[in-house]
Design a protein around this ligand. Structure first.
Ligand code: AHR
Length: 521
């Protein structure tokens, strides 16, 4: 749990999940760090670094999927350059087909001969015609190419229990059954064995406008029929979770769903300034930056509070908190379809991503999965495409820098951060998380949220238990800087020399709105 308290002009951030932990405090404008070697710290699940691909705008069609007759190099219609870039990130899981789209999606429309697949209207996203040419086989085979775990979102809003149970049988059953026979007829002999299943999406909104009580019952029914009694298939059933601070939703679900039926409970939180005036993705003011970061850093309070409620009903922390939609959301790029949610991605998004991932890492005892929204060409994308061109966004580079935390052991932290103040309002300026991997490499990711002032962090090398330090930084001249199709490598991580080692202490300077990753051996 993390508590924020104002004291002597500093925001005190106490991480008290663990009795002895890495503590950070401020002195002479330097935030001091001490690390305690604790044995019972959790492992940071690699699934925190998950992604999300919805049938929305140009995420699937004209994003991932260009079709096998395209001039763009592809494998069964999926762009090779995207596959290569995502494999470099070691993406651990990919959520599909929505989002809101999931509760309108009937999976049987997307299997079998192409010319027999019905066309539907994508009512949530631009009212465009969906020809179902990208379906279950395409997605699950694409996950194999990406070497990632699929996370399928089931249709509860407009589907049936039978339909979802059939989907599970179609994808997962190896023996003889109506659905496995159909799968084989459609060209796939072996089941894919999909582990992660979402039972609806945003059931409180686009997933059916249900009350928490009503949804809890629906969940129990669906969860019953998509596995056997003992859940021998080890399916992880994930309940549609709260929107931001709807704690009642979490409480009601935790109270009413037996723990053994619940693998994960979702949470959605977007960093939006104002839903009616979201602001431009690139031409934003410092005030707008400050507001975005205020919303992003709220994630700390959200995961703390939702986890505390979960602890009441599940003290042994069996149920995962799954933040399966998070990220920045701005006005769509001018001239693009408003229903397609295409936006550019700047250093603001890099800071947002770095700070959010630090929060997830520090709550690894309960947050065991998360999905950035969304992967390609939608919202806070890691990849943007334009015909044959592709760019990697600043957020991509954060995911690449942070992949070292995947499945590494958390080094828990507590710290007192200096403030980033704007218009008499303040935020913690520094965000940190640390881990040690199986090879004994220690990584500390540091974000300076402050848009103007550099900040320094000091760490005791004995406590880090390392001798040699290297570092990388993601930084740029202005917060609005971004990669474009004309200048695709303007922002990329570089080796960093802005640190010094003296008398057993490591001092790192973090430039304004920058992210530094330290590696210690
Ligand atoms: O990510 C875009 C949309 O945001 C998703 O479809 C929905 O779940 C959320 O409201």
């Amino acid at each position: 749990m993390v508590e924020f308290k104002f004291k002597n002009g500093f925001l005190k951030v106490l991480v008290i999940n663990f009795i002895a932990c890495l503590s950070v405090y401020s002195q002479n404008n330097t935030t001091l760090v001490t690390i305690n070697k604790t044995e019972d710290a959790p492992v940071i699940s690699k699934h925190i670094y998950g992604h999300f691909a919805e049938h929305l705008g140009r995420c699937i069609y004209d994003g991932f999927f260009v079709g096998d007759t395209s001039k763009i190099a592809n494998t069964n219609g999926v762009r090779n350059d995207i596959v290569e870039a995502l494999k470099k990130l070691q993406i651990p899981n990919l959520r599909w087909p929505g989002g809101c789209f999931a509760d309108t999606y009937h999976w049987k429309d997307g299997v079998g001969p192409l010319d027999q697949r019905p066309t539907i209207v994508n009512t949530w996203w631009g009212g465009v015609t969906e020809d179902n040419s990208f379906g279950t086989h395409d997605f699950l085979n694409m996950c194999e190419l990406l070497e990632t775990e699929p996370y399928l979102s089931g249709n509860v809003g407009s589907g049936t229990v039978q339909e979802l149970a059939d989907w599970v049988q179609y994808t997962n059953f190896g023996g003889k059954s109506p659905m496995s026979d159909l799968r084989k007829e459609n060209g796939r002999k072996e089941p894919w064995k999909v582990k992660y299943w979402g039972i609806g999406n945003e059931a409180w909104g686009c997933g059916g406008n249900m009350t928490a009580d009503y949804y809890a019952n629906e969940y129990r029914k669906y969860a019953t029929f998509i596995s056997d009694w003992e859940n021998t298939g080890r399916i992880v059933r994930i309940a549609s979770g709260a929107s931001s601070n709807d704690y009642n939703w979490t409480e009601t679900l935790m109270k009413n769903i037996p723990i053994n039926m619940l693998g994960g409970l979702a949470l959605h939180h977007y960093s939006v300034i104002d839903w009616n005036k979201k602001g431009d993705a690139v031409s934003f003011t410092e005030e707008q930056y400050f507001k975005t970061m205020t919303e992003a850093l709220k994630m700390e309070e959200l995961v703390t509070q939702h986890a505390a409620i979960m602890d009441t009903y599940d003290p042994n922390k069996k149920v995962d908190l799954v933040v399966d939609e998070w990220g920045g959301w701005y006005e769509v790029e001018k001239g693009t379809n408003p229903g397609f949610l295409y936006q550019q991605n700047t250093m603001r998004d890099a800071v947002l991503a770095g700070a959010t991932l630090n929060i997830f890492n520090n709550h690894a005892d309960r947050v065991r999965m998360a999905n950035l929204a969304q992967c390609v060409n939608v919202l806070q994308a890691v990849i943007l495409t334009k015909e044959a061109k592709m760019i990697l966004t600043p957020t991509y580079h954060i995911m690449e820098m942070y992949k070292v935390h995947q499945d590494a052991k958390l080094l828990p932290i507590a710290f007192e951060s200096p403030l980033y103040t704007f218009n008499n309002e303040s935020l913690p300026a520094i965000s940190v998380s640390a881990s040690k991997d199986n090879n004994g490499l220690v990584h500390v990711s540091m974000v300076n949220v402050d848009s103007k002032k550099e900040n320094k962090i000091e760490i005791d090398l004995n406590e880090l238990a390392v001798k040699n330090i290297t570092a990388k930084v993601l930084t740029s001249k202005t917060l609005q800087d971004h990669n474009s199709f004309d200048n695709p490598t303007k922002i990329q991580p570089t080796n960093y020399k802005g640190f010094e080692v003296k008398k057993g202490k490591l001092t790192v300077t973090i430039p304004p709105f920058s992210i530094v990753m330290i590696e210690g051996k």
